[in-house]
Every structure is written in structure tokens, then in C-alpha cells.
Design a protein around this ligand. Structure first.
Ligand SMILES: NC(=O)c1ccc[n+]([C@@H]2O[C@H](COP(=O)([O-])OP(=O)(O)OC[C@H]3O[C@@H](n4cnc5c(N)ncnc54)[C@H](O)[C@@H]3O)[C@@H](O)[C@H]2O)c1
Length: 441
């Protein structure tokens, strides 16, 4: 098939290259000229395992092209995917500017019958709204090309996005016509067995995406609340986690307590779902509590540091290990490291930080005084405390005996509960973590 993907970010680029890898001819279109220029020169604007190789392979064999002009991608395409951002506004509502602007562009460009699939995460009713918007542009042009908007939310996980896209757990398709359903069936056949392609109405597809993310976020917030209870009563949240994960009705995923969830999706999607319900006059008590718990959880690490060193952190050097919102990505959106670094900087701490991949993006969002190191030992040198924020694999094998020798004080805050106090305490480390009874008094 000939495919156009509009929006070449984490979702659009990964989706586009995976469609190309399965033999489709794909145009990826973005208004960001620097991004398109970089891709044309062989650069990759985001970090995802395996992405760079797939992009260069598919560009070389002529199946993947990049443009800033929608016409280049839309001409002759069987389907156009929209994968632009839907960030939150200050008031928590979804900012629809990018997606409505794409709808206008599509309405001005299409030259014949067209299927348009929405991969962006969008509030219920967007499918209808885009129909109206594109229809209005077509009427202005005095043309009447038939088109259908398909809701096809994306569930890939940053860090393993290529693998997720190539082998999705399921494909959700909100479509009204048999033509749209059959096109999507054909397109996704190389990716997923037909039993894993779920057809439904567009509104249900739109809600499915929000419900999935909110469910996952709720499990994390729930475990973080249990972690606080564990700290209060002297229990160990990791034992509790094992105890409940073994229940097949519960399962093992998304039950790790830590320093709060981040990323570009969970915080905004939970808030957005809440807003959607409230707009329909519903009481969204449970959903609104999920983000409230998470906001409080992101403050746990800085609170622990201040409880240990006092409110005035002048002269205290804190080394942050990991900055990205999770391992495997350079995405800093909503990362707990932002809350932590801002809080520590406000209280006068000297901050040294290292992340294997996200450091460049971090410079744009962390306070200006943060010093970036070239490796773990570099930032730990003369540090009064280390804080593990993102559990990159290389941080799991730190030689803490050697690290202790270069640190000014051997104090470790483990925001992800990955280290073993029985190994660290004999080395002379004060070890603090989440929900295991090890908090500064
Ligand atoms: N990042 C994820 O893990 C993930 C997972 C599932 C779903 N989603 C959803 O997918 C959507 C995209 O997310 P993302 O993380 O890829 O966003 P992103 O910010 O990384 O990328 C969006 C891209 O769209 C481009 N863009 C904006 N307006 C445009 C226009 N008018 N025409 C062409 N391009 C335009 C931007 O320049 C940018 O490159 C969002 O709705 C998000 O909620 C994201």
C-alpha cells in the first residue's frame, strides 16, 4: 500500500518505518523542517532501540521518504495516518491545535477518495470533529471527495517502540464502513493475527486508549500509596508486590513502587480522561486521584533528600543517575527527574547529572545550574549523595565499593527500589528507598 504518515515524532516515525519494513511505500510528513532535514541526511531525531537501522534500510530501498509537504505524501496514498502531538494545556484540557491544523491541511490537499486514520491520542468526539473540519475545507474548495476517519489509537511503549509496533498486543480500529475495516485488516495482517484486531465504533476506540493508560497509571499510583503505607508501618512493598502479583487476576505488570510515573502519555491521558468525564457531568473521583497520588509521589525523593540533609542544601552535592522518564528513551516529558532537580535547585543543592541517552534533551528542561557528567563515576565524584532516578541497565551494575571511594559521603537514595540494602550497607552506605522502611528520620 501507499501510506502517508503526518507527524514524525515517537509514534509517527516508528509507525512509518514499521509499515515500510512490511513492504509498504511510506511518506513521513512533518512541519518541523529541521527534523525532516535531519532524517533526509540520515540522522534520527529520537532514540529507540533498532530504529536507526530500520530507517536507513527502508530509505535505501526506496520505501521510506520524508517531506515537509503534505501533497508529497497524500498524492496516491491509500491511507493517511495522523500522528501529531496532543499535549495538555495548562488547564489539563487536550490541546487540539496540531490535529485540527492537519485536518485543515488534509481538507485542502486531498484529490480523491481518502481514508484517514488517527493514531494520536484524542478525546472522544474527535473523529466527528475531524469529519466536520475536513468536510468544511472540501466545501470551501467546491469538491466532494468521499473520505472516512478511522480511529486507530497507538499503544506502543517508548523504549521498546519498534518491537511493540512490529508485534502489537492488539490493534484497535474504530471504523464505520466495511471498506475501512477491510483496508485496516489488510494493512495490519503482517503485524497481528486477525483475532487481535478489534473493530469497534470510533468513540469506543478513542476511550479504549485513555482507559488503557489510565488503568496502567492507576496500578502504579496504587502501589505508590501502598509503599507509603509500608514505610509507615515498617513493611516491605516489594514483598507485598510479589504477594499480590502471583494472583492471576492481578498479574505482575505495572506494580513497582517508585518515584512516580512520567512520560508524554500517562499524566496527560489520565487528566484528559478526567476532563472528558467531567464535561459529561460525571464524577471522576477515582481517575482524578491517580494523578494526585502521582504528583505527590514525584515529591517523595526530594523530600527524602531534604529530610536527610535539612531544608538548606547549600554546599550539598547531589548526583542524579538517570534523567529520562524511563530507560530506553531520550524522552524527558513529565520525567520525575524534573520535579527532583527543580526542588533540589530551589533549596540550593549543587546538582550533577548523568543519563546515557537523554542528556541533550534534559538540558532544555532541567534548571540551568545542573552540571552534566560523562559517566557514573564522573558525577559521583565528591558527591554527598547519589539518587537513582531512571533504572538504566548500566546503573544496576555500578561498583558501589569503588563509587563509595570517590563520593564525599556514602548516601544513596534509590528511587526505583533496584538495589539491595544487604549489599550496600556493609560497604558503609546509608541506603534509602521507596516503601521498604528505609526513609530518613
Ligand atoms: N509517545 C508515545 O509513547 C505515545 C504512545 C502512544 C500514543 N501516543 C500519542 O501519539 C501522539 C503523538 O505522540 P508523539 O510522542 O509521537 O509526539 P511528538 O511530539 O514526538 O511528535 C509529534 C510530531 O508532530 C509534528 N507536527 C505537529 N503539527 C504538525 C502538522 N500540522 N503537520 C505535520 N506535523 C506536525 C511535530 O513537529 C512532531 O514532530 C500523541 O497524541 C500521543 O499522545 C504517544
Amino acid at each position: 500500500m501507499n501510506i502517508c504518515v503526518v507527524g514524525v515524532g515517537y509514534v509517527g516515525l516508528v509507525t512509518g518505518v514499521c509499515f515500510a519494513e512490511k513492504g509498504n511505500v511510506v511518506w513521513c510528513v512533518d512541519i518541523n523542517e529541521n527534523r525532516i532535514e535531519m532524517l533526509r541526511r540520515g540522522g534520527i531525531p529520537i532514540f529507540e532501540e533498532g530504529l536507526a537501522n530500520l530507517v536507513s534500510k527502508n530509505v535505501s530501498c526506496g520505501r521510506l521518504s520524508f517531506s515537509t509537504k503534505l501533497d508529497d505524501g497524500l498524492d496516491g496514498s491509500d491511507i493517511c495516518f495522523i500522528a501529531v502531538g496532543t499535549p495538555p494545556r495548562e488547564n489539563g484540557e487536550t490541546d487540539m491545535d496540531q490535529i485540527l491544523s492537519v485536518a485543515d491541511d488534509i481538507g485542502r490537499c486531498i484529490k480523491g477518495p481518502c481514508f484517514i486514520a488517527v493514531k494520536s491520542t484524542v478525546p472522544v468526539g474527535t473523529n466527528r470533529m475531524l469529519c466536520d473540519r475536513i468536510g468544511a475545507r472540501l466545501r470551501e474548495r467546491g469538491v466532494d471527495h468521499p473520505f472516512e476517519i478511522i480511529s486507530n489509537p497507538e499503544f506502543l511503549k517508548e523504549g521498546v517502540a519498534v518491537a511493540d509496533c512490529m508485534k502489537p498486543d492488539r490493534v484497535v480500529v474504530g471504523a464505520v464502513s466495511e471498506g475501512a475495516r477491510s483496508l485496516m485488516r489488510e494493512l495490519y495482517a503482517p503485524f497481528a493475527h486477525e483475532s487481535k484486531i478489534f473493530f469497534m465504533d470510533p468513540a469506543s476506540a478513542e476511550i479504549t486508549k485513555y482507559a488503557a493508560n489510565t488503568m496502567l497509571a492507576s496500578r502504579i499510583s496504587f502501589m505508590n500509596e501502598i509503599a507509603r503505607l509500608c514505610d509507615a508501618v515498617g513493611a516491605d512493598v516489594r514483598s507485598v508486590q510479589r504477594g499480590i502479583a502471583s494472583d492471576r487476576r492481578i498479574g505482575e505488570h505495572f506494580l513497582s513502587a517508585g518515584c512516580g510515573y512520567g512520560g508524554s502519555c500517562f499524566p496527560k491521558d489520565v487528566t484528559s480522561l478526567c476532563g472528558i468525564g467531567e464535561a459529561y457531568g460525571l464524577d471522576m473521583t477515582l481517575t482524578s486521584a491517580i494523578e494526585k497520588v502521582n504528583r505527590a509521589q514525584k515529591l517523595q525523593l526530594p523530600l527524602m533528600v531534604r529530610r536527610r540533609f535539612g531544608e538548606a542544601l547549600g554546599g550539598v552535592k547531589v548526583a542524579l543517575l538517570g534523567l529520562a522518564f524511563k530507560p530506553g528513551t531520550n524522552d524527558m516529558r513529565g520525567a520525575p527527574s524534573i520535579t527532583l532537580a527543580n526542588d533540589l535547585a530551589e533549596h540550593g543543592a549543587m546538582i550533577a547529572a548523568f543519563d546515557p541517552i537523554a542528556q541533550e534533551n534534559a538540558r532544555d528542561v532541567l534548571p540551568p545550574g545542573v552540571a552534566y557528567g560523562s559517566g557514573v563515576m564522573d558525577v559521583l565524584r565528591d558527591a554527598d549523595a547519589a539518587v537513582l532516578v531512571t533504572e538504566w541497565p548500566e546503573f544496576l551494575s555500578v561498583d558501589w565499593a569503588a563509587a563509595g571511594a570517590v563520593m564525599r559521603r556514602k548516601i544513596l537514595f534509590d528511587g526505583r527500589n533496584v538495589y539491595d540494602p544487604a549489599a550496600l550497607e556493609p560497604l558503609g552506605f546509608e541506603y534509602y528507598c521507596i516503601g521498604r522502611g528505609k526513609v530518613p528520620s
